[in-house]
Design a protein around this ligand. Structure first.
Ligand SMILES: Nc1nc2c(ncn2[C@@H]2O[C@H](COP(=O)(O)OP(=O)(O)OP(=O)(O)O)[C@@H](O)[C@H]2O)c(=O)[nH]1
Ligand SMILES: [Mg+2]
Length: 315
C-alpha cells in the first residue's frame, strides 16, 4: 500500500516517514503532500507561544489530557528554532509529553530551523497538513515567542495563545510590540510564583491601551499553574469560546483564506528560489555574477532582473 494511503488510515509510522522525507527535502515527499492535500482543512489549529521555559509544553500536555478525555485525537508540532540539537527526534527534555507517547491518538513531532529554504513557517505548515490529513481533530503548534519566524508560524493557527509568567518585569513592554497583538488568549502561567497579579495588571493595561480588534473579540486572560493542571480546564473552555466566536462572525473562513494565501506564497517563493539557485549553480554562474558585483560591473538589482528576465524568456 502506498505511503499516502497508509497515512490517511492513520498509520503513524508512515506519517513519520513522510515527515522525515519532508525534512530531508526528498522530492517524492512533495507528491505525497499533493495527494494528501484534498483531505486537509478539517483540524482545528491552535498556536501557543511565549518566552523560553514559560511552561508552554506543560500547558500543551495538560490540554491534551482534556482533549483526549473528550475523545479528540491530537497532533502536536513543537517548533524549536533556537536549539541546534533538535531536528525531529527530541521528544524528551524539552517536550514534556512522554505521558502521551504511547497514546495512539496523540502524534508529536518536533521541528528545527534546519533546511531553511522556504522557512520554518513552510515546514510547519507541511507537517500540520500531514497531521490534518491523518484526521487529527486538534493540532497544537508550540513555538518560542522570540522573533519574526514565530509570529509567522502563529499566523497559521486559528486560536493563538500567548503565555507569560510572573517576574518578566518590564519585559512586558518588550513583548508588547511583538506578540501581544497576536494573542487571542493570554495565559499567565506559574501563578504559584510571586508577581502573577502584577503581570495580570500590566497585561490588562497593555491590552486596554491597544486598539480595539476588528473582529470584536476581547482577549481573555487565564491564570494557570500548569504543573498541577490548575486553570487548564478554563483555558480549554476559552479556546472553544474563541472558536465559536470565530465561526459566528465568519472570521474563521477569513482566517482560513489568509492562511491559504500565506502558504501559497511561501511555496511559490521557495519553489521559485530553488529554481533560480539551481540555474545559477548549474552554469557555474554564481562566480561570474559575484565577480561582476564585486567589481561593480553591475549592481545586484540589475543582476536580479537579468536572471528573472532570462528565465521568463525561456518558458
Ligand atoms: N513553578 C512552576 N513551574 C512550572 C509550571 N508550569 C511549568 N513549570 C516548569 O517550568 C519548566 C519549563 O516548562 P516547559 O513546559 O518545558 O516550558 P516551555 O515553555 O515549553 O519551555 P521551552 O519549550 O524550552 O521554551 C519545567 O521545569 C516545568 O516543570 C508552573 O505552573 N509552576
Ligand atoms: Mg516546550
Amino acid at each position: 500500500m502506498n505511503l499516502t494511503k497508509r497515512i490517511l488510515e492513520g498509520d503513524i509510522r508512515a506519517a513519520s516517514k513522510l515527515m522525515r522525507d519532508i525534512d530531508d527535502r526528498i522530492p517524492t515527499a512533495l507528491d505525497s503532500l499533493k495527494e494528501l492535500y484534498p483531505q486537509t482543512g478539517k483540524a482545528y489549529i491552535i498556536g501557543i507561544t511565549g518566552p523560553p521555559g514559560s511552561g508552554k509544553s506543560t500547558i500543551v500536555d495538560k490540554m491534551v489530557d482534556i482533549f483526549r478525555e473528550e475523545g479528540k485525537s491530537v497532533g502536536i508540532v513543537a517548533v524549536d528554532p533556537t536549539s541546534p540539537f533538535s531536528g525531529g527526534a527530541i521528544l524528551g527534555d524539552r517536550i514534556r509529553m512522554q505521558r502521551h507517547a504511547t497514546d495512539e491518538g496523540v502524534f508529536i513531532r518536533s521541528l528545527a530551523t534546519r533546511g531553511c529554504l522556504g522557512g520554518l513557517s513552510r515546514s510547519t505548515q507541511d507537517i500540520v497538513n500531514v497531521m490534518d490529513a491523518m484526521g487529527k481533530d486538534v493540532i497544537l503548534v508550540e513555538t518560542v515567542g522570540v522573533g519574526q519566524d514565530e509570529i509567522e508560524i502563529i499566523h497559521t493557527a486559528y486560536t493563538s495563545i500567548v503565555v507569560l509568567i510572573p517576574g518578566l518585569g518590564d519585559d512586558i513592554q518588550a513583548i508588547k510590540a511583538g506578540i501581544i497583538e497576536i494573542g487571542d488568549i493570554f495565559v499567565i502561567n506559574k501563578c504559584d510564583r510571586e508577581g502573577a497579579d502584577k503581570v495580570e495588571r500590566d497585561l490588562r493595561m497593555v491590552l486596554e491601551m491597544g486598539k480595539k480588534r476588528e473582529d470584536g473579540w476581547d482577549a481573555p486572560i487565564f491564570k494557570t499553574e500548569a504543573i498541577l493542571g490548575k486553570g487548564i480546564f478554563e483555558l480549554v473552555d476559552g479556546i472553544y469560546r474563541h472558536k465559536q466566536a470565530l465561526e459566528k462572525s465568519q472570521t474563521l473562513e477569513k482566517k482560513r483564506r489568509e492562511r491559504m494565501k500565506t502558504t501559497f506564497l511561501e511555496i511559490l517563493e521557495s519553489e521559485v528560489m530553488a529554481l533560480f539557485i539551481e540555474k545559477m549553480e548549474k552554469g557555474g554562474r554564481w562566480e561570474t555574477i559575484l565577480d561582476d558585483l564585486m567589481n561593480r560591473r553591475t549592481d545586484p538589482y540589475t543582476a536580479a532582473e537579468r536572471i528573472i528576465f532570462e528565465e521568463l524568456k525561456t518558458h
